[in-house]
Design a protein around this ligand. Structure first.
Ligand SMILES: Cc1ncc(COP(=O)(O)O)c(C=O)c1O
Length: 391
């Protein structure tokens, strides 16, 4: 029998990365040595202290039972302590912190929590594809906020008309930004709080790359902007800061009514994460943060190697100030897809086509700095050839 999926499921867009993963796998199976810079999957291991914490926790029978529905107290307290230490933001661990199965899950859940069919959500374009997954499941309308290079890849709220802003219920933002690698400052977040407060929009700031800023730049938290807790939440994943992408652990922090709604939907969907993972996550957030600084230094050094190799070949773009991505305009005569395709087929370098992140991603490719320096340098040389040959 062939069962018919629900309308909800049919509304889901295709998983953007699935095709690329498949293509790379096929080439690797054929023995081709592809330099894969296409995804955002950290290549280095989680800190040893966190792995040890999980090993110790696995021995404890208390973790073999269901963990508390709304997450373990020690993890919520660790999240609050982390925000206080890193950003000077005060959080009540019980009412202002929700434990999530990774930010991806929280980002999809939040649309289910606040959007009815036909409601409007504001999404960054280009943007992380899962914002569209959540809004599609909820049956909401989406209005894209173009992120343009001339505006440092920040949305310009003046471009949105009053009617759209009044209708909008949710707004997704993400700085440091995937895919553009742009960063935001507090002034932009303050402007966001004002816009959201005026139009009663709930802001969801996805802070996945919060730890990754370069040249001494420390990316600010949305919650550092005055009044931010009144108008929204921030999602903080441990995936990138601690190389724990496979562990599936994150937190939402901020407005208590939003935290309550997330907890409510999770009461029905999940119970909570394995207690051992929660214990290890608490260790990550509260331990000596040296492994995080080392990781940022590693990415900064990779960024330098990659950008220097491009510049040696005559490229004149700016180096990114955060994330582990480089957002590169494609050479003349190519689209995002044709350039990504030619890099894969002719140069054996996998990158993400900018088009996969939205209409405004056309004309760019995204390179993930998730390989060693030797391979990154080699990839940059192969990519830069195309810029050179068009001069
Ligand atoms: C902007 C952004 N948000 C969220 C996520 C997913 O985070 P998590 O691993 O916690 O689901 C990613 C992962 O690539 C991301 O790039």
């Amino acid at each position: 029998m062939q069962f018919e999926p629900s309308m909800k499921l049919k509304r889901l867009p295709d998983q953007f990365f699935a095709g690329l993963v498949q293509q790379v796998k096929q080439m690797k199976d054929e023995g081709i040595d592809v330099i894969n810079l296409g995804q955002g999957n950290p290549d280095l291991p989680a800190p040893a202290a966190v792995v040890e914490a999980l090993q110790e926790a696995a021995e404890k029978p208390e973790h073999h039972k269901y963990s508390p529905f709304r997450g373990r107290k020690e993890l919520k307290q660790a999240v609050a302590d982390f925000y206080s230490r890193e950003y000077g933001v005060t959080l009540d661990p019980e009412s202002e912190v929700a434990v999530l199965f990774g930010a991806k899950t929280g980002l999809v859940e939040i649309s289910e929590c606040f959007l009815n069919e036909g409601d409007t959500a504001l999404l960054p374009d280009p943007g992380y594809p899962d914002y569209w997954s959540g809004t599609a499941l909820a049956g909401a309308e989406t209005v894209n906020m173009p992120l343009r290079e001339e505006n440092h890849f920040l949305p310009d709220y003046n471009e949105l008309n009053e009617e759209t802003l009044d209708k909008a219920k949710l707004m997704f933002l993400n700085y440091p930004n995937n895919p553009t690698a742009a960063t935001a400052d507090i002034t932009f977040f303050e402007e966001t709080v004002n816009t959201a407060a005026r139009h009663q929009i709930c802001v969801v700031h996805d802070f996945a790359y919060g730890a990754i800023g370069y040249d001494g730049f420390r990316p600010p938290s949305f919650l550092q902007a005055e009044g931010a807790k009144e108008v929204g939440v921030e999602m903080y994943t441990l995936s990138k800061t601690y190389n724990m992408a496979g562990w599936r652990v994150a937190a939402a922090v901020g407005n208590p009514s939003v935290i309550e709604a997330l907890n409510m939907i999770q009461d029905h969907l999940h119970v909570s994460l394995f207690g051992g993972i929660q214990e290890a996550a608490a260790r990550a957030l509260t331990m000596d943060q040296e492994p995080v600084w080392n990781l940022v230094r590693t990415y900064e050094s990779r960024r330098n190697i990659f950008v220097e190799a491009l510049r040696e070949q005559g490229w004149e773009g700016e180096a990114p100030s955060g994330t582990f991505f480089v957002w590169l305009p494609v050479p003349q005569g190519y689209t995002s897809n044709t350039f990504a395709d030619i890099l894969l087929k002719n140069e054996h370098v996998a990158v993400a086509s900018g088009r996969g992140f939205g209409e405004q991603g056309e004309g760019y490719i995204r390179v993930g700095l998730l390989n060693d320096e030797k391979h990154l340098r080699e990839a940059a040389i192969r990519i830069a050839r195309y810029f050179k040959s068009r001069e």
